[in-house]
Design a protein around this ligand. Sequence first.
Ligand code: NAP
Length: 277
Amino acid sequence: MRNVNLPSGNSMPAFGLGTWRMGEHTDRYQREVDVLRAALDLGVSLIDTAEMYGEGGAEEVIGEAIQGRRDEIFLVSKLYPHNASRNGVIEACERSLRRLNCDRIDLYLLHWPGSIPPAQTFEAFHALQDSGKIVDFGVSNFNLGDLENIPEPDQAQLGCNQVFYNLAHREVEWEVADWCRQRSIPLMAYSPLDQASSLLRAPVLTEVAARHSASAAQIALAWLLHQPNTVVIPKSVRPQRIEENLAALDIKLSTEDLAELDKAYPAPAQPVRLGMR
Ligand code: NAP
């Protein structure tokens, strides 16, 4: 598995599995556990989740799926902004760990910016690091102003900014991506398939895909994986698609491919804020 380095010196896999919409229905519980286990068997080694997903349900599914296999996985979870106070973060993390049925989260993120002063949140992140409950910390959906509000020593230690990023949504490239790259902070691209929108039927993707005997989804992922220091976390509940998505790691886009994709989906040319899903 290709890895991406974090400012702490740790590394994480460049490909992970998203879990939004999992853990929402008890009648799908066993199927979702089985899908996650199949994903591990296929070589998936990063799982992204959040206390929000299924209100803890997704973390419970993961907790069952990774039993006996915790060390195969780089685990990312996120806390609600309304839990981002000094004590709120600690309590939210402990609840997540109970549901995940394990003793540490590898990368713990603030899901989006809220109204609680960031100094409190980051103080709690350090306390969680000291007690070994999290390894690295980071943020999600942070625009430039939000990043600059983080206490300065912590800015440089962010394990990632998890952002809405795909070919059809390149808002992050306006200024956030540069800010992160200057500090070697990885971008974790969420909704990398644009939630299976019309992007996957775009003629340009179909044409590039045909040249690589690949699918449009694989090309969308390969394009993101071509961006520096970028992790993708596509979600699927179908092992066949997870295998297909993983194979995007082996696709090397040519200069011609990249130029065609760039022409059809240009980077923003004027100030724009991050999108959010
Ligand atoms: P996504 O990964 O872009 O797309 C998921 C959709 O694509 C699902 O409907 C899936 O259907 C389908 N799909 C997967 N592989 C496919 C393939 N090879 N061909 C065609 N369709 C395919 O969207 P997402 O779930 O929004 O984003 C991924 C993850 O990012 C989430 O699960 C979550 O972990 C994270 N996320 C974070 C935030 C945040 O605010 N930080 C926001 C949104 C998402 P099937 O499942 O039926 O295969």
